[in-house]
Write a protein that binds this ligand. Structure first.
Ligand code: CA
Ligand code: CA
Ligand code: CA
Length: 171
């Protein structure tokens, strides 16, 4: 009986979690999506950032501190179906706030959304690669060369390449 009660409690908890929708976007097949989380506006709570290739938007779900989220568009790129997208959040310019980097396979670009410290962003192109549709892309970041700044690693499925974008302080 105890196990049955425990099973009901866990099921109820999971059902409550499943009901906690915090954002929405246009539903599309053949579209890429990526998400990351970080304290984008520096107010001590964790916000969520996501990108979708159909519509070509980067959106911020800003946490109000109570677990409620306000959706705002913070970046855009050419809208593509059949394209991969990747997104990461890291302090790429070492100024103490979290910036956003995203890449799309069609168009073949890696872009920086630089944070002004208050959750407002300016966009710049930081690298380009061979443009692929129907391909996956992944990003990660770490200080690969040990010089104190964050470097970026880019991988794409078509072409099968992994590239390092070394931070030379120009981002
Ligand atoms: Ca926050
Ligand atoms: Ca920064
Ligand atoms: Ca480095």
């Amino acid at each position: 009986m105890k196990h049955l009660i425990l099973a009901f409690v866990i099921f109820g908890y999971l059902a409550a979690l499943a009901d906690s929708q915090i954002g929405s976007f246009a539903s599309n097949s053949d579209s890429g999506i990526a998400a990351t989380s970080a304290d984008i506006d520096g107010d001590g709570d964790v916000d969520i950032i996501f990108a979708t290739t159909i519509g070509g938007t980067v959106s911020l779900l800003r946490n109000d501190g109570q677990g409620r989220f306000v959706n705002s568009k913070i970046g855009s790129f050419k809208s593509w179906s059949d394209s991969g997208v990747a997104i990461i959040s890291t302090d790429v310019d070492s100024d103490g706030d979290i910036d956003i980097i995203f890449a799309t396979t069609r168009g073949g670009t890696v872009n920086l959304l630089k944070n002004n410290g208050k959750g407002h962003f300016s966009k710049s192109l930081i690298a380009s690669f061979e443009s692929w549709s129907n391909s996956g892309v992944a990003l990660t970041s770490t200080d690969l060369d040990g010089d104190g700044d964050i470097d970026i690693v880019l991988a794409t499925t078509r072409g099968g390449s992994i590239s390092v974008l070394e931070n030379i302080g120009s981002w």
